[in-house]
Write a protein that binds this ligand. Sequence first.
Ligand code: MRU
Length: 352
Amino acid sequence: MNRRSDVRSDGVRPIAWDPQAGCLCLLDQRVLPARVEWLRVSDCGAAADAIRDMVVRGAPAIGITAAYAVALAARNSYRVTATGWRDALNEDLTRLAAARPTAVNLAWAVAHMRGLFSGIDGDPFPPLLAEAERLHQADIAANRRMGALGAELIDTRCSVLTHCNAGALATGGYGTALGVVRSLWSAGRLERVYADETRPWLQGARLTAWELVEEGIPVSLIADGAAAWAMRSGKVAWVIVGADRIAANGDVANKIGTCAAAACARRFGVRFMVAAPTSTIDRDCPTGEAIPIECRDPDELLRFGATRTAAPGAEAWNPVFDVTPADLVDVIVTERGVVRAPDTAGIARLFA
Ligand code: MRU
């Protein structure tokens, strides 16, 4: 599969099911934009590795990958034992769900797929694959809806700032935060996107900038530390980000640096929008305190690629997400509607 076959007018599709080969194809986001390479995945363990190692990343994309991975696990397990396949795949699914702890979409997708097991008679693969494909398409539809709802909130032509990559690459397609950007651009109300480079994986520099350039949307890359100054000097009217998990009170876990962007936005009179599907809302987490924050290998900070750049002997602390308190968020946009000044009651109304 090459890149062109998977480019749509609204951006790339990072996940594809190959019906001929019977395997999942993941666009390898570790090597973008230098190389466009696809990784073929035919078992659950390989999918868990791909999630852990950042081949596929972004909360909704991780969730969709996990859904396909459950179907693969069931296929392989059923080949070994037609009667005991449910028990035989438990270990695989536990490992899959633990591949990355913060994005709730992963645990959500595994639980959702597991929930179908009891109703399946015979070969579990066809119905589970169909469900994974349905979730994949539903995610794209949800993003389009969020894009429209988010863009409606921005009535004056302006520039916006985004952090990390919450685009087509981080989802089934179209994107959450970048879905709003795409809709705003189509409506003629977007001047320019300022994209934080997003240390240490450079999701902004490598992925967001790539997606936007592909579509001719004007993008200026900025160092993470320049975001406050971009807001202070009036360059942007909105900050628009995605989310990895939203607590029941509206606290938002997202890529490390999001909390700083939200605090600066409030201080400098810039509006702060979070775009995320309702599958990212974890109603079992009462507040952000309960959200597990992934800490990754310190080497991600101490090195740049293969080269050690930090002073010898220096240690590093590498939390890759933070939690923005709900009171710094102006609006959460979901496919079910928007929640202004989010709090527990506002989030609950989405599910009423
Ligand atoms: O570590 P990553 O690249 O998986 O982090 C991704 C983010 O923080 C995104 O902003 C979030 O998952 C929302 S993606 C629509």
